[in-house]
Design a protein around this ligand. Sequence first.
Ligand code: SF4
Length: 395
Amino acid sequence: VKPKTKSPTSKTTTSMTSTSTAVLPDDAALLGDQLARWFAGAARDLPWRTDRTPYRVWLSEVMLQQTRVAVVVDYFLRFVTRFPDVGALAAASEDDVLGLWSGLGYYSRGRNLHRAARVVATAHGGQFPSTREALRALPGVGDYTSAAIASLAFGEAVAVVDGNVHRVLMRLCADETPIDTPAGAAKTTMRASALVTSSSTPATINEGLMELGALVCTPRSPSCGSCPWRFSCRAYAHHTPEQYPVKARRTARKALRVACVVVVDGSGRVWLEKRAARGLFGGLWEPPGQIVDVVDDDMTVSARVTDTWHALLVARRIEANLAGVAPVVVTRTLTHRDLRFDVVVARVVGEVDPSGSDGVGRWFARDELHSVGTSTAVRAVFDAALGEVHSPRLV
Ligand code: SF4
């Protein structure tokens, strides 16, 4: 599908006028021109910026949610090599997709990606719908992603607002409205819409805004001296860029402690079980594990961890002697959780067929651990418990 380019007078999704300065410190068209010129010279050479099909835009935007560009580049290239178009992705198994997604985090994105590919392949004849409204009906495609595809792939003059855009525009206007409130979200959308609808190249404005936030108007120590908006920027004028954006509340992370048993048989194979499709790490493979209660003193919690290791083995009718086996501790910080895994390796001898896991487990050879769909946390558990099993391609 070829991207469409809309004229400056195209009907838009907002009522902002091209000369609106009410919501911005300077003329919207002037700011847009400055931004577009800066972007033309500063834009990074990223793989999804070439051969810009809706499929590649969608894939990159889904991957970029909550994930750094440097990490996404490798994953994106692997995905488009293995699944060059939406039909190839739709034809793959979910295990194949999650295996390739392993390490990228937020695994519901990978599952939704696969589901959406199947909807595009079956309900839309393999062509992405071209309007924001139709795109939003796809699994996992919300306000942000639908706006990004509609703008970047089809040229629709709709604002694409991410964290970078919030930060840049709140600083530009020295606005103290918290961005995690409906009022803050509405202000950023209104300002971004004013810029986008004032331009003949709305996609460039959206991309330029995000790029400015990523490269120049960074969270810490913004490079105001090289910013195309420094003469209009109110936060710069007041020497206060880092005071913006304001947030109303901080998200407290929940501490979770998991007792985990890495079961290895006499051939060196590892027993893994597949998580239910929904929820944290849904559909991924992991060693037997269970969350333990941490509201007591350390000794009590340690005893509870030991009891849980044994209970996990008993439930699967696995006989293994854990006495003298040194446990390892693996910690991971997710956006909303602090995870701690207390891991012990249980070596069983001979042919064992664990049971009690509802048929969702199986043995994996060591070299299969590279490609099976697991979370980064579980890969860290493998590394700590079994020695380095990371694929070199993973970060
Ligand atoms: S002048 Fe500084 S604070 Fe203002 S938009 Fe540019 S980089 Fe951000």
